[in-house]
Design a binder for this molecule. Structure first.
Ligand code: X2X
Length: 333
């Protein structure tokens, strides 16, 4: 296969080899999209990664970042990724399950007790299982998942303290059957809304609440349209860095390695950033007006079990996937 470092395109014209480090017009101008604002660590670390990729490929691979749903809402961009309209996309595995059903298994309610368990699972067998499912559906996926975080619940009307507080509660959830099922099991009234429309949905009162990790509450300025923040820690979610298979296959092998290396390194740095934010932001968000409360997760998990949530999803994912999940978390659900 041809090599990006040896200037294969130029070579075909019998021009001299292009040396590493020599500037030239990009051979591959690709796009990467996500739903987060530029100041979120995802985009800070992606910015570093695409710069390193540009430099190390001597300008051959030029990847432009489109943050904040600039290319469309998540479920639309997933379609663009499949058709090749966008080459790379960072997406929650739980939303990805609209295309790859079993990709959402990390989002099962209260599965993960802490970040340690998350990274062991997602860098281990559970992550490998999800990536296998994603590749089976015809997409490329980088090895390291990026962090979104443990999800907490906000409300404009009342704090969520016990499972009963969810009864009839109008809550925005991302577009995914797992999310709808989880909040239906609590007795809430979940509405599937893409992140691009969340702020407006809260502002206009279409819903009374939403759930997200603290780092997202911060960059989305949700204190402007929400009052209470309950530390429900009800699921952990991340972002797989996905690629279009044809666009990926068009890259010479050494370029693929360079791209993967910097994307995966970016993920590891972003994880450290986001973990730090998700643990340190409480004071900051209280200063903005959020009223925090901690919750005991046990009655919430019990409520899910009573509602048949775990039994239903075990059946949906299948015994093999469920066992990988239970092995990863070291307990039965
Ligand atoms: O849509 C959301 O709430 C977000 C930003 O957390 C995800 O991408 C799943």
């Amino acid at each position: 296969r041809r090599s990006v470092l040896m200037g294969a395109a130029a070579g075909a014209l019998a021009a001299p080899f292009i040396r590493p480090g020599a500037a030239r017009a990009a051979e591959f101008s690709y796009k990467i999209a996500n739903n987060q604002p530029l100041e979120h660590p995802s985009n800070v670390r992606l910015t570093e990664a695409v710069k390193a990729i540009l430099e190390e490929t001597s300008g051959a691979v030029d990847i432009q970042i489109f943050p904040s749903n600039q290319l469309g809402a998540d479920t639309d961009v997933l379609g663009q990724l499949r058709s090749g309209g966008v080459e790379f996309f960072q997406l929650s595995p739980i939303i990805l399950s609209t295309l790859v059903p079993n990709a959402s298994i990390n989002g099962v309610g209260f599965a993960f007790p802490d970040y340690d368990t998350v990274w062991k699972a997602m860098d281990g067998e559970l992550g490998a299982y999800e990536r296998g499912q994603i590749e089976g559906a015809g997409l490329v996926v980088m090895e390291k998942i990026w962090d979104n975080g443990f999800r907490q619940t906000t409300s404009s009307t009342k704090p969520i303290v016990t499972p009963a507080d969810f009864e009839g509660f109008k809550i925005r959830v991302p577009v995914s059957p797992l999310w709808t099922s989880l909040f239906s099991a609590f007795g809430a009234a979940p509405a599937s809304i893409n992140f691009a429309e969340v702020y407006t949905a809260l502002q206009t009162g279409i819903v009374d609440g939403q759930e997200n990790p603290l780092a997202i509450m911060k960059v989305a300025k949700l204190w402007e349209v929400q009052k209470y923040l309950s530390m429900t820690n009800h699921m952990w979610d991340g972002f797989w860095l996905l690629g279009n298979r044809r666009a990926w296959g068009a890259l010479p092998e050494d370029a693929q390695q360079i791209v993967a290396k910097h994307f995966n390194a970016g993920a590891e740095k972003q994880r450290a950033d986001v973990m730090a934010l998700n643990t340190s932001l409480r004071g900051d968000l209280e200063g903005q007006g959020f009223v925090f409360n901690d919750v005991d997760p046990q009655p919430f998990a019990d409520k899910l079990r009573e509602a048949g949530f775990y039994a239903e999803w075990k059946k949906t994912y299948g015994d093999e996937a469920w066992e990988i999940l239970e092995t990863a978390i070291g307990r039965k659900l």
